[in-house]
Design a protein around this ligand. Structure first.
Ligand SMILES: [Zn+2]
Length: 407
């Protein structure tokens, strides 16, 4: 054995052969043994791993031959042999809109079934609601946090629209907060902050059908951004077109919640400004297959979205996974992965689902499979390294050490 190999081995022993984990006997323990674990998008995988969770955290992660552990009889053992484990996924653009009425009083079995269908069976352990009825989403969130409905952590942004910018795809009778002046936007943003929402979403471009897009003035954007940023909270924009993108960026918005495929591409100036301001981009590529009937135009929009994604990703820009699910009826994420895979590698897509949102939204206990981190995990039945669509093949979704979805 060469000295270097010995050193590496000694290091491995130091890393993994610490004292066996001890579990408080009254706390539930969850174990997943025999999987291939990707601790992060950049780390090499751990084959045949022992992964043990207790009290909401990961307490042991080591190769099976190096792990010392003793599981209490009460531990729940998942069959993880042949499976692939990655950190729990974020979907940074969802809506609890269609089919989520009456979240405060609807039967929990009904809400659980819908939660599985829309989110947990696709591996989501944290989601951003970018606009629904805030009181309804907050009621749903309370019931999830109380353990009544197995579900992801829900973050919620409050919407602000431009004056006379009621998008054609929203029911005309729906009351929308429209800001005509910076003062109105400031008041609305303050109300959302007082409701303890987690961010703001601005319609810097509202789609009006056959009529021109209504854009939000930069001064109005900035007034809302200032309120959110004073509380350290992020601002998303629905840009719709180039003016909506530029007004969002000039007003200091953090995240573009969509690509802008009808414009064909971002300009060099936009890409440079996005990079300089550390903006994040949510591609929502599957959405572009739902906005027109003609399959040829759908393909053109998707191609433009992919090329915009690729252009910002190649500049080193931050990409966050998001699908607009709950607005679009396509719950299956397979197609989004396939589209994103045209612009990025599987590790970059994994980053958009895990480490990127955890860094961007300062949730440092999530995003990696590592001792001490929140036990938010996805157990996949196939390796995304061989096909990005395998990110959608979820066997278990685990949040805070509890199975919230089982295939
Ligand atoms: Zn949306």
């Amino acid at each position: 054995m060469r000295p270097l190999t010995r050193t590496v081995l000694a290091f491995a022993v130091l890393l993994f052969a610490s004292a066996p984990a001890v579990f408080a006997s009254d706390k539930p323990v969850l174990a997943c043994i025999g999987a291939k674990v990707y601790p992060s998008p950049t780390d090499p995988p751990i084959e045949n791993a022992v992964l043990i969770m207790s009290e909401g955290k990961i307490v042991t992660l080591a190769p099976n031959n190096a792990a010392k552990y003793h599981l209490p009889d009460s531990a729940t053992k998942l069959d993880c042999a042949g499976k692939v484990v990655v950190a729990g996924f974020w979907n940074s653009h969802v809506h609890f809109e269609t089919g989520w009425d009456d979240a405060a009083s609807a039967p929990s079995a009904k809400l659980e079934a819908h939660m599985q269908e829309m989110l947990t069976r696709w591996g989501f352990t944290t989601v951003w609601d970018l606009g629904s009825l805030p009181q309804n989403t907050l009621a749903l969130r309370r019931r999830v946090e109380a353990g009544e409905i197995p579900g992801p952590k829900i973050l919620m942004a409050g919407d602000i629209f431009p004056k006379n910018g009621h998008p054609v795809y929203l029911p005309p009778e729906m009351q929308l907060p429209e800001a005509a002046t910076p003062q109105e936007a400031e008041q609305m943003a303050k109300q959302y902050m007082a409701m303890n929402l987690d961010g703001i979403k601005l319609f810097t471009g509202a789609f009006m059908g056959n009529k021109p897009v209504i854009n939000m003035d930069t001064a109005i954007v900035k007034a809302a951004v200032d309120v959110a940023h004073a509380q350290g909270k992020p601002v998303f924009a629905h840009p719709q077109n180039r003016t909506g993108t530029d007004n969002a960026l000039n007003g200091g918005v953090d995240i573009l919640a969509h690509t802008i495929p009808t414009e064909g591409s971002f300009t060099g100036g936009e890409l440079a400004q996005m990079k300089r301001q550390h903006s994040a981009l949510i591609p929502t590529l599957t959405l572009w297959t739902t906005v027109v009937q003609d399959p040829k135009i759908q393909n053109q929009l998707v191609d433009a979205g992919v090329s915009e994604l690729k252009s910002y990703f190649s500049e080193g820009g931050t990409i966050l996974f998001g699908t607009d699910v709950g607005f679009i009826p396509n719950y299956d994420t397979t197609q989004e992965y396939e589209f994103m895979g045209r612009a990025m590698g599987w590790r970059d897509i994994l980053a958009s689902l895990t480490t990127n949102p955890s860094a961007y939204f300062k949730a440092s206990n999530t995003g990696r499979v590592e001792k001490g981190m929140n036990a938010d995990l996805v157990v996949l039945d196939a390796d995304p390294a061989t096909d990005v669509r395998n990110f959608a093949r979820v066997t278990y979704t685990i949040r805070a050490g509890k199975v919230i979805y089982k295939k």
